[in-house]
Design a protein around this ligand. Structure first.
Ligand SMILES: *Cc1c(COP(=O)(O)O)cnc(C)c1O
Length: 475
């Protein structure tokens, strides 16, 4: 087992503390006359004033106190933290990739052409007829997709009040359906962790607007009866929504459109190697079948005489984002897909599945369901999954997603991704092994070798201090 200690610094009292930039060096700047009203202006402003090397060192130190996919393995199941190759950054930084969004169509034909190709690539990957690039995240894609389904039903004078969602689904599915004004019907998973057909038949009715499904589901299990599931929902007049946040097992092998799905979102930041974490930015394009295409958000890119243009689809649900989405993120996804090509994408999904299955074989924890694809859910029981996660940090790896889905006791949802080598998978397995053998006391005190110790997560969630100005205050 390799030793790991994360960088950390202490203040004069020996407490672990890295000062804020403004604490290191600051200066007061007087504000000259301003054309703004007095009550909107101030007389002076305190600004950080480090010398340039101090500034560079400050951010380097912060990065050393952090852990990322370039520090070591990061097997966060469902959230997918795959390595983002940096050539895509160079492409997104090309001057031509950053055009002003107010420029007329005819002056930004390259931008529109790239959008059109990316719409087309994603459509081909998902088996969808039309794709919008606008939604800025997976959750925003879900919301857009369900709005499209709703607009479609309303257009057909078919008011429906329910969305059916399996209990293993991502929390955003439930939130999406509720925010779109639907009653959520929760579907209990079957004994094998998949959709229970009898339960589905009982849940679906002429009130069903859509079934939202993830496949392979969050347990990494493929819904083998997907065509039957699609028939049940379609026969009741409902639509099939595919949560494609994580397409890592399907790339180049199977397509939601061919399984009977009508509408789906893609998370380019989980599948197509654009960065995420810390709140974004990501992108959650939405694909639909031909029948749903008239409801896509405004504007949409299409081919025109000799070029490309923006237009508003006939029954568009309207705007879902300022301008055209998180453009640089989309350029990175385009660069990634283009570089890999069909065979590279299929190779990525093969390796993602191989890596998950290899790792599952190496770890000492029970994996209750299978066979699985790009991720697996182990059970930490009788240990506490949160303690296992904190303990793994001390062994220099990022832990899996914990305590979800709830159908597995003390869940450790693990997704190594295709990028990891056998050597780093073995490093992960060794960390699982070490933590498995540790006492509850040691685990409860962990992590001890990281820049920050165990955080009071409840207070952090209930009483967040989002500004340095709140430091030291109790409210
Ligand atoms: C991450 C994820 C989402 C939400 O995507 P965001 O970009 O985080 O909003 C939805 N469904 C599944 C299965 C996910 O893993």
């Amino acid at each position: 087992m390799t030793e790991y200690t994360q960088a950390s610094w202490t203040d004069e009292d020996g407490d672990r503390y890295e000062p804020l930039l403004s604490e290191k060096a600051s200066k007061t700047v007087d504000i000259e006359d301003s054309p703004l009203p007095d009550d909107l202006t101030r007389d002076s402003l305190e600004l950080p004033a480090p010398a340039e090397p101090e500034l560079a060192r400050h951010y380097t130190r912060l990065s050393q106190m952090n852990y990322g996919v370039e520090s070591g393995p990061f097997p966060l199941g469902s959230c997918t933290m795959k390595y983002n190759p940096s050539f895509t950054e160079d492409i997104a930084a090309l001057p031509a990739a950053a055009v002003h969004p107010d420029r007329p169509d005819r002056t930004v034909q390259g931008t529109l052409g790239l959008s059109h190709r990316l719409q087309d690539y994603l459509g081909r990957i998902g088996g969808m007829d039309a794709v919008t690039l606008q939604p800025p995240a997976g959750a925003a894609g879900e919301f857009t997709g369900i709005q499209i389904a709703k607009a479609y039903h309303q257009h057909n004078d078919d008011d429906r009040s329910e969305v059916v969602i399996p209990d293993s689904a991502h929390g955003t599915n439930f939130a999406t359906a509720a925010m779109a004004g639907y009653d959520v019907v929760e579907l209990p998973s079957g004994e094998d962790g998949r959709v229970d057909i009898e339960a589905l038949e009982a849940a679906v009715s002429d009130e069903t607007a859509a079934l939202m499904l993830t496949n392979p589901n969050t347990l990494g299990l493929f819904e083998r009866d997907i065509e039957h599931v699609a028939d049940i929902v379609h026969d009741a007049g409902g639509l099939l929504y595919y949560d494609g946040a994580n397409l890592n097992a399907l790339l180049g092998r199977a397509r939601p459109g061919d399984m009977g799905f009508d509408v789906m979102h893609y998370n380019v930041h989980k599948t197509f190697a654009t960065p995420h974490g810390g709140g974004g930015p990501g992108a959650g394009p939405v694909g639909v079948t031909e029948e749903l295409a008239p409801f896509l958000p405004d504007p949409h890119v299409r081919q025109s005489d000799g070029g490309y243009e923006y237009y508003s689809p006939d029954h568009s649900i309207g705007k879902v984002h300022g301008y055209y989405g998180n453009w640089p993120v989309l350029v990175k996804a385009f660069a990634y897909i283009t570089r890999l090509g069909d065979s590279g994408l299929a190779d990525a999904s093969a390796k993602a599945v191989l890596n998950a299955n290899y790792l599952a074989q190496q770890i000492p924890y029970e994996v209750p369901f299978g066979p699985f694809h790009h991720e697996f859910v182990a059970s930490a029981a009788p240990q506490d999954a949160a303690d296992v996660a904190k303990g793994m940090l001390d062994h220099g790896v990022h832990p899996p997603t914990t305590k979800w889905p709830e159908i597995v006791d003390e869940a450790l949802m693990t997704e190594p991704t295709e990028g990891e080598s056998q050597r780093s998978l073995d490093q992960l397995a060794a960390a699982f092994e070490a933590v498995h053998g540790e006492s509850d006391g040691t685990l409860a005190a962990s992590p001890t070798r990281t820049a920050a110790g165990r955080i009071d997560q409840v207070s952090a969630a209930r009483n967040p201090r989002l500004s340095w100005q709140a430091l030291g205050s109790d409210d």
